[in-house]
Design a protein. Sequence first.
Lengths: 203, 203
Amino acid sequence: MNPVDIAEPLRSRWSPSVFDAEHELSAAEVTRLLEAAQWAPSSGNRQPWRYVVATRGSAAHRVLVPHLSRGNSGWVPRASVVFLSVAVIGQDGTELSDLLVPLHDVGQASAHLTLQARAMGLHAHQFGGFDHHAVAAGLGVPADARLVAGIAVGVRGNPAEVPERDAEREHRVRSRRPLAETAYDEQWGYAWPGLVPSGPETA
Amino acid sequence: MNPVDIAEPLRSRWSPSVFDAEHELSAAEVTRLLEAAQWAPSSGNRQPWRYVVATRGSAAHRVLVPHLSRGNSGWVPRASVVFLSVAVIGQDGTELSDLLVPLHDVGQASAHLTLQARAMGLHAHQFGGFDHHAVAAGLGVPADARLVAGIAVGVRGNPAEVPERDAEREHRVRSRRPLAETAYDEQWGYAWPGLVPSGPETA
Protein backbone atom coordinates (compact mmCIF):
# COMPACT_ATOMS: atom_id res chain seq x y z
CA MET A 1 0.00 0.00 0.00
CA ASN A 2 1.23 3.45 -0.80
CA PRO A 3 1.48 5.51 2.38
CA VAL A 4 -1.05 8.10 1.32
CA ASP A 5 -4.81 8.02 1.26
CA ILE A 6 -5.35 7.82 -2.49
CA ALA A 7 -7.98 5.79 -4.31
CA GLU A 8 -7.74 2.23 -5.57
CA PRO A 9 -6.30 0.97 -7.85
CA LEU A 10 -3.68 3.73 -7.44
CA ARG A 11 -3.20 3.07 -3.74
CA SER A 12 -2.03 -0.54 -3.94
CA ARG A 13 -0.05 -0.20 -7.18
CA TRP A 14 3.64 -1.04 -7.00
CA SER A 15 6.18 -2.75 -9.25
CA PRO A 16 7.02 -6.30 -8.15
CA SER A 17 10.08 -8.08 -9.53
CA VAL A 18 8.95 -11.61 -8.70
CA PHE A 19 6.40 -12.94 -11.17
CA ASP A 20 4.84 -16.40 -11.29
CA ALA A 21 6.46 -17.98 -14.35
CA GLU A 22 3.56 -20.43 -14.77
CA HIS A 23 0.66 -17.98 -14.71
CA GLU A 24 -1.04 -17.17 -18.01
CA LEU A 25 -3.36 -14.33 -18.92
CA SER A 26 -6.43 -15.11 -21.01
CA ALA A 27 -6.96 -13.30 -24.31
CA ALA A 28 -9.97 -11.58 -22.71
CA GLU A 29 -7.77 -10.26 -19.88
CA VAL A 30 -5.16 -8.96 -22.31
CA THR A 31 -7.92 -7.27 -24.29
CA ARG A 32 -9.30 -5.63 -21.14
CA LEU A 33 -5.87 -4.20 -20.35
CA LEU A 34 -5.53 -2.86 -23.89
CA GLU A 35 -9.00 -1.31 -23.73
CA ALA A 36 -8.00 0.60 -20.61
CA ALA A 37 -5.09 2.10 -22.56
CA GLN A 38 -7.34 2.69 -25.58
CA TRP A 39 -9.68 4.94 -23.57
CA ALA A 40 -6.97 7.14 -22.09
CA PRO A 41 -7.15 10.83 -23.05
CA SER A 42 -4.74 12.33 -25.57
CA SER A 43 -3.97 15.62 -27.21
CA GLY A 44 -6.51 16.16 -29.99
CA ASN A 45 -7.64 12.54 -29.38
CA ARG A 46 -4.73 11.48 -31.60
CA GLN A 47 -4.10 8.32 -29.51
CA PRO A 48 -0.42 8.14 -30.48
CA TRP A 49 0.04 4.84 -28.63
CA ARG A 50 0.41 1.36 -30.06
CA TYR A 51 1.13 -1.85 -28.16
CA VAL A 52 2.78 -5.05 -29.31
CA VAL A 53 1.65 -7.99 -27.18
CA ALA A 54 4.47 -10.36 -26.27
CA THR A 55 3.06 -13.34 -24.40
CA ARG A 56 5.63 -15.41 -22.50
CA GLY A 57 7.06 -17.95 -24.92
CA SER A 58 5.76 -16.24 -28.06
CA ALA A 59 7.84 -15.14 -31.03
CA ALA A 60 7.76 -11.52 -29.83
CA HIS A 61 8.92 -12.65 -26.40
CA ARG A 62 11.84 -14.44 -28.03
CA VAL A 63 12.71 -11.19 -29.83
CA LEU A 64 12.70 -9.22 -26.55
CA VAL A 65 14.38 -11.51 -24.04
CA PRO A 66 17.93 -11.62 -25.47
CA HIS A 67 17.97 -7.81 -25.60
CA LEU A 68 16.98 -7.18 -21.98
CA SER A 69 19.50 -5.36 -19.81
CA ARG A 70 21.32 -7.50 -17.27
CA GLY A 71 19.18 -6.11 -14.46
CA ASN A 72 15.94 -6.97 -16.26
CA SER A 73 16.97 -10.33 -17.71
CA GLY A 74 15.98 -12.31 -14.62
CA TRP A 75 12.55 -11.02 -13.74
CA VAL A 76 10.99 -9.75 -17.00
CA PRO A 77 10.88 -13.14 -18.78
CA ARG A 78 8.82 -14.64 -15.92
CA ALA A 79 5.88 -12.23 -16.37
CA SER A 80 2.80 -13.60 -18.16
CA VAL A 81 2.77 -10.93 -20.86
CA VAL A 82 4.97 -8.00 -21.83
CA PHE A 83 3.26 -5.08 -23.56
CA LEU A 84 5.73 -3.10 -25.66
CA SER A 85 4.58 0.50 -26.00
CA VAL A 86 5.22 2.47 -29.17
CA ALA A 87 4.73 6.18 -29.89
CA VAL A 88 3.57 7.05 -33.39
CA ILE A 89 4.96 10.38 -34.49
CA GLY A 90 3.01 10.83 -37.68
CA GLN A 91 3.70 12.64 -40.91
CA ASP A 92 5.09 15.76 -39.28
CA GLY A 93 7.45 13.85 -37.03
CA THR A 94 10.62 15.10 -38.56
CA GLU A 95 11.80 16.91 -35.45
CA LEU A 96 12.50 15.37 -32.09
CA SER A 97 10.28 18.04 -30.57
CA ASP A 98 7.35 16.44 -32.41
CA LEU A 99 7.86 13.44 -30.13
CA LEU A 100 7.18 15.23 -26.88
CA VAL A 101 3.37 15.20 -26.91
CA PRO A 102 3.17 11.60 -28.21
CA LEU A 103 5.59 10.47 -25.50
CA HIS A 104 3.50 12.23 -22.84
CA ASP A 105 0.35 10.57 -24.12
CA VAL A 106 1.91 7.11 -24.38
CA GLY A 107 2.94 7.49 -20.73
CA GLN A 108 -0.66 8.30 -19.93
CA ALA A 109 -2.08 5.26 -21.79
CA SER A 110 0.48 2.99 -20.15
CA ALA A 111 -0.55 4.33 -16.74
CA HIS A 112 -4.13 3.36 -17.57
CA LEU A 113 -3.06 -0.14 -18.62
CA THR A 114 -0.98 -0.51 -15.44
CA LEU A 115 -3.82 0.63 -13.18
CA GLN A 116 -6.33 -1.61 -14.95
CA ALA A 117 -3.98 -4.52 -14.22
CA ARG A 118 -4.02 -3.69 -10.52
CA ALA A 119 -7.83 -3.45 -10.56
CA MET A 120 -7.91 -6.98 -12.01
CA GLY A 121 -5.74 -8.35 -9.21
CA LEU A 122 -2.65 -8.37 -11.40
CA HIS A 123 0.63 -6.52 -11.08
CA ALA A 124 2.51 -4.51 -13.69
CA HIS A 125 6.14 -3.41 -13.72
CA GLN A 126 7.27 -1.01 -16.42
CA PHE A 127 10.85 -1.06 -17.66
CA GLY A 128 13.03 0.72 -20.18
CA GLY A 129 16.21 -1.32 -19.90
CA PHE A 130 16.53 -3.17 -23.21
CA ASP A 131 18.10 -2.61 -26.60
CA HIS A 132 15.38 -0.49 -28.18
CA HIS A 133 16.83 -0.50 -31.67
CA ALA A 134 17.27 -4.27 -31.84
CA VAL A 135 13.80 -5.00 -30.46
CA ALA A 136 12.12 -2.40 -32.70
CA ALA A 137 13.80 -3.97 -35.71
CA GLY A 138 12.78 -7.45 -34.61
CA LEU A 139 9.15 -6.43 -34.17
CA GLY A 140 8.96 -4.45 -37.41
CA VAL A 141 8.31 -1.06 -35.80
CA PRO A 142 8.30 1.43 -38.71
CA ALA A 143 10.41 4.56 -39.04
CA ASP A 144 7.59 6.95 -38.11
CA ALA A 145 7.18 5.27 -34.74
CA ARG A 146 9.37 4.86 -31.68
CA LEU A 147 9.53 1.90 -29.32
CA VAL A 148 9.20 3.37 -25.83
CA ALA A 149 9.02 0.86 -22.98
CA GLY A 150 7.92 -2.54 -21.76
CA ILE A 151 5.15 -3.29 -19.27
CA ALA A 152 5.50 -6.70 -17.65
CA VAL A 153 2.15 -7.98 -16.34
CA GLY A 154 1.33 -11.05 -14.29
CA VAL A 155 0.78 -12.28 -10.77
CA ARG A 156 3.38 -12.39 -8.02
CA GLY A 157 5.42 -15.54 -7.66
CA ASN A 158 7.43 -17.18 -4.95
CA PRO A 159 10.55 -15.15 -4.05
CA ALA A 160 12.37 -18.35 -3.17
CA GLU A 161 12.24 -19.41 -6.82
CA VAL A 162 13.98 -16.38 -8.30
CA PRO A 163 17.58 -15.12 -8.19
CA GLU A 164 18.37 -13.36 -4.95
CA ARG A 165 18.91 -10.00 -6.64
CA ASP A 166 15.35 -10.05 -8.03
CA ALA A 167 13.82 -11.02 -4.70
CA GLU A 168 15.89 -8.31 -3.01
CA ARG A 169 14.59 -5.63 -5.36
CA GLU A 170 11.23 -6.04 -3.70
CA HIS A 171 12.64 -5.24 -0.27
CA ARG A 172 13.84 -1.80 -1.24
CA VAL A 173 11.97 0.86 0.69
CA ARG A 174 9.56 2.62 -1.65
CA SER A 175 10.05 6.34 -1.42
CA ARG A 176 9.10 9.58 -3.09
CA ARG A 177 10.44 13.11 -2.96
CA PRO A 178 8.55 15.23 -0.40
CA LEU A 179 5.47 16.82 -1.89
CA ALA A 180 6.80 20.29 -0.99
CA GLU A 181 9.56 19.73 -3.57
CA THR A 182 7.16 18.41 -6.22
CA ALA A 183 4.27 20.84 -6.02
CA TYR A 184 4.51 24.60 -6.05
CA ASP A 185 1.97 27.18 -5.04
CA GLU A 186 1.47 29.70 -7.82
CA GLN A 187 5.16 30.15 -8.58
CA TRP A 188 8.06 27.79 -9.23
CA GLY A 189 9.99 27.02 -6.05
CA TYR A 190 7.29 28.02 -3.54
CA ALA A 191 6.26 24.83 -1.75
CA TRP A 192 2.59 23.96 -1.94
CA PRO A 193 1.52 24.66 1.65
CA GLY A 194 -1.70 22.70 1.85
CA LEU A 195 -0.19 19.55 3.24
CA VAL A 196 -2.32 17.22 5.27
CA PRO A 197 -0.94 14.40 7.41
CA SER A 198 0.16 11.62 5.10
CA GLY A 199 1.44 8.16 5.87
CA PRO A 200 1.31 6.29 9.14
CA GLU A 201 0.44 8.50 12.09
CA THR A 202 3.13 8.80 14.72
CA ALA A 203 2.04 8.83 18.33
CA MET B 1 -19.19 5.90 -19.15
CA ASN B 2 -16.65 4.52 -21.54
CA PRO B 3 -18.17 1.76 -23.68
CA VAL B 4 -15.83 -0.94 -22.41
CA ASP B 5 -15.86 -2.93 -19.22
CA ILE B 6 -12.83 -1.37 -17.55
CA ALA B 7 -12.43 -0.57 -13.87
CA GLU B 8 -13.33 2.61 -12.05
CA PRO B 9 -12.13 5.32 -11.95
CA LEU B 10 -10.97 4.68 -15.54
CA ARG B 11 -14.40 3.70 -16.76
CA SER B 12 -16.23 6.95 -16.01
CA ARG B 13 -13.36 9.29 -16.83
CA TRP B 14 -13.99 11.84 -19.56
CA SER B 15 -13.04 15.47 -20.20
CA PRO B 16 -15.91 17.88 -19.62
CA SER B 17 -15.76 21.45 -20.92
CA VAL B 18 -18.39 22.89 -18.61
CA PHE B 19 -17.07 23.55 -15.12
CA ASP B 20 -18.88 25.14 -12.19
CA ALA B 21 -17.21 28.54 -11.88
CA GLU B 22 -18.21 28.85 -8.20
CA HIS B 23 -16.90 25.51 -6.94
CA GLU B 24 -13.72 25.52 -4.89
CA LEU B 25 -11.37 22.69 -4.00
CA SER B 26 -10.06 22.49 -0.44
CA ALA B 27 -6.31 22.46 0.18
CA ALA B 28 -6.68 18.89 1.40
CA GLU B 29 -8.33 17.87 -1.88
CA VAL B 30 -5.58 19.53 -3.93
CA THR B 31 -2.99 17.75 -1.81
CA ARG B 32 -4.70 14.39 -2.37
CA LEU B 33 -4.59 14.93 -6.13
CA LEU B 34 -0.90 15.81 -5.95
CA GLU B 35 -0.17 12.75 -3.83
CA ALA B 36 -1.72 10.53 -6.48
CA ALA B 37 0.74 11.99 -9.00
CA GLN B 38 3.58 11.74 -6.49
CA TRP B 39 3.16 7.96 -6.18
CA ALA B 40 3.15 7.25 -9.91
CA PRO B 41 5.97 5.02 -11.16
CA SER B 42 8.91 6.48 -13.09
CA SER B 43 12.09 5.36 -14.75
CA GLY B 44 14.71 4.89 -12.03
CA ASN B 45 12.22 6.49 -9.61
CA ARG B 46 13.46 9.87 -10.86
CA GLN B 47 9.98 11.43 -10.59
CA PRO B 48 10.67 14.05 -13.27
CA TRP B 49 7.32 15.73 -12.70
CA ARG B 50 6.58 19.02 -10.96
CA TYR B 51 3.22 20.77 -10.67
CA VAL B 52 2.41 24.43 -10.23
CA VAL B 53 -0.98 24.86 -8.57
CA ALA B 54 -3.06 27.66 -10.11
CA THR B 55 -6.26 28.08 -8.12
CA ARG B 56 -9.00 30.05 -9.88
CA GLY B 57 -8.39 33.72 -9.18
CA SER B 58 -4.82 33.26 -7.92
CA ALA B 59 -1.73 35.03 -9.26
CA ALA B 60 -0.73 31.90 -11.22
CA HIS B 61 -4.21 31.75 -12.70
CA ARG B 62 -3.86 35.36 -13.81
CA VAL B 63 -0.57 34.41 -15.49
CA LEU B 64 -2.20 31.55 -17.38
CA VAL B 65 -5.56 32.89 -18.49
CA PRO B 66 -4.44 35.60 -20.96
CA HIS B 67 -2.23 33.04 -22.72
CA LEU B 68 -4.89 30.37 -23.29
CA SER B 69 -5.69 29.49 -26.89
CA ARG B 70 -9.00 30.82 -28.17
CA GLY B 71 -10.58 27.37 -27.92
CA ASN B 72 -9.54 27.01 -24.27
CA SER B 73 -10.19 30.58 -23.13
CA GLY B 74 -13.85 29.98 -22.32
CA TRP B 75 -13.87 26.78 -20.32
CA VAL B 76 -10.46 26.55 -18.63
CA PRO B 77 -10.84 29.66 -16.44
CA ARG B 78 -14.05 28.26 -14.90
CA ALA B 79 -12.34 25.16 -13.43
CA SER B 80 -11.61 25.22 -9.69
CA VAL B 81 -7.88 24.61 -10.06
CA VAL B 82 -5.46 24.24 -12.95
CA PHE B 83 -2.39 22.07 -12.35
CA LEU B 84 0.45 23.01 -14.68
CA SER B 85 2.72 20.04 -15.29
CA VAL B 86 6.46 20.50 -15.75
CA ALA B 87 9.11 17.98 -16.83
CA VAL B 88 12.51 18.34 -15.19
CA ILE B 89 15.27 17.30 -17.55
CA GLY B 90 18.18 17.43 -15.14
CA GLN B 91 21.88 18.01 -15.56
CA ASP B 92 22.24 15.84 -18.64
CA GLY B 93 19.31 17.45 -20.43
CA THR B 94 21.30 19.01 -23.18
CA GLU B 95 19.70 16.97 -25.94
CA LEU B 96 16.04 16.88 -26.87
CA SER B 97 16.23 13.08 -26.70
CA ASP B 98 16.88 13.44 -22.95
CA LEU B 99 13.33 14.76 -22.73
CA LEU B 100 11.59 11.65 -23.97
CA VAL B 101 11.61 9.59 -20.77
CA PRO B 102 10.70 12.58 -18.54
CA LEU B 103 7.81 13.45 -20.86
CA HIS B 104 6.57 9.85 -20.74
CA ASP B 105 6.71 9.83 -16.96
CA VAL B 106 5.02 13.23 -16.59
CA GLY B 107 2.18 11.84 -18.73
CA GLN B 108 1.97 8.93 -16.35
CA ALA B 109 1.85 11.10 -13.22
CA SER B 110 -0.78 13.35 -14.80
CA ALA B 111 -2.88 10.27 -15.59
CA HIS B 112 -2.72 9.35 -11.90
CA LEU B 113 -3.79 12.85 -10.88
CA THR B 114 -6.64 12.80 -13.39
CA LEU B 115 -7.89 9.39 -12.25
CA GLN B 116 -7.65 10.37 -8.59
CA ALA B 117 -9.86 13.36 -9.42
CA ARG B 118 -12.49 11.06 -10.90
CA ALA B 119 -12.32 8.79 -7.83
CA MET B 120 -13.06 11.87 -5.70
CA GLY B 121 -16.16 12.72 -7.73
CA LEU B 122 -14.34 15.48 -9.61
CA HIS B 123 -13.59 15.85 -13.29
CA ALA B 124 -10.32 16.69 -14.99
CA HIS B 125 -9.67 17.95 -18.52
CA GLN B 126 -6.10 18.15 -19.74
CA PHE B 127 -5.10 20.73 -22.31
CA GLY B 128 -2.01 21.88 -24.18
CA GLY B 129 -3.38 24.91 -25.97
CA PHE B 130 -1.66 27.90 -24.39
CA ASP B 131 1.49 29.94 -24.92
CA HIS B 132 3.97 27.70 -23.14
CA HIS B 133 6.87 30.13 -23.29
CA ALA B 134 4.93 33.06 -21.87
CA VAL B 135 3.38 31.01 -19.06
CA ALA B 136 6.69 29.31 -18.19
CA ALA B 137 8.33 32.73 -17.94
CA GLY B 138 5.49 34.08 -15.82
CA LEU B 139 5.69 31.14 -13.40
CA GLY B 140 9.49 31.17 -13.17
CA VAL B 141 10.02 27.72 -14.68
CA PRO B 142 13.81 27.30 -14.94
CA ALA B 143 15.83 26.46 -18.03
CA ASP B 144 16.37 22.81 -17.07
CA ALA B 145 12.62 22.20 -16.98
CA ARG B 146 9.86 22.30 -19.55
CA LEU B 147 6.25 23.34 -19.04
CA VAL B 148 4.15 20.52 -20.50
CA ALA B 149 0.39 20.84 -20.07
CA GLY B 150 -2.49 22.04 -17.95
CA ILE B 151 -4.97 19.88 -16.04
CA ALA B 152 -8.21 21.70 -15.27
CA VAL B 153 -10.00 20.13 -12.28
CA GLY B 154 -13.42 20.86 -10.80
CA VAL B 155 -17.05 19.82 -10.86
CA ARG B 156 -19.40 20.05 -13.82
CA GLY B 157 -21.42 23.20 -14.18
CA ASN B 158 -24.61 24.23 -15.92
CA PRO B 159 -24.22 24.11 -19.73
CA ALA B 160 -26.74 26.96 -20.04
CA GLU B 161 -24.28 29.30 -18.31
CA VAL B 162 -21.38 28.83 -20.71
CA PRO B 163 -20.75 29.90 -24.32
CA GLU B 164 -22.49 27.63 -26.78
CA ARG B 165 -19.24 26.35 -28.27
CA ASP B 166 -18.10 25.06 -24.85
CA ALA B 167 -21.42 23.36 -24.17
CA GLU B 168 -21.32 21.85 -27.66
CA ARG B 169 -17.88 20.34 -27.09
CA GLU B 170 -19.50 18.00 -24.60
CA HIS B 171 -21.91 16.64 -27.19
CA ARG B 172 -19.20 15.35 -29.47
CA VAL B 173 -19.33 11.58 -29.71
CA ARG B 174 -16.41 10.10 -27.80
CA SER B 175 -14.56 7.70 -30.01
CA ARG B 176 -11.37 5.68 -30.22
CA ARG B 177 -9.52 3.93 -33.01
CA PRO B 178 -10.49 0.22 -33.18
CA LEU B 179 -8.37 -1.90 -30.89
CA ALA B 180 -7.20 -3.99 -33.87
CA GLU B 181 -5.36 -0.89 -35.11
CA THR B 182 -3.87 -0.08 -31.72
CA ALA B 183 -2.70 -3.46 -30.49
CA TYR B 184 -0.60 -5.93 -32.41
CA ASP B 185 -0.01 -9.60 -31.79
CA GLU B 186 3.70 -10.34 -31.70
CA GLN B 187 4.57 -8.25 -34.74
CA TRP B 188 3.80 -4.72 -35.89
CA GLY B 189 0.72 -4.59 -38.11
CA TYR B 190 -0.82 -7.92 -37.08
CA ALA B 191 -4.07 -7.11 -35.30
CA TRP B 192 -4.39 -8.45 -31.78
CA PRO B 193 -7.04 -11.16 -32.28
CA GLY B 194 -8.24 -11.69 -28.75
CA LEU B 195 -11.15 -9.30 -28.97
CA VAL B 196 -14.12 -9.78 -26.72
CA PRO B 197 -17.46 -8.02 -27.25
CA SER B 198 -17.06 -4.44 -26.12
CA GLY B 199 -19.59 -1.69 -25.79
CA PRO B 200 -23.37 -1.89 -25.74
CA GLU B 201 -24.69 -5.23 -26.91
CA THR B 202 -26.73 -5.10 -30.08
CA ALA B 203 -29.79 -7.29 -30.27
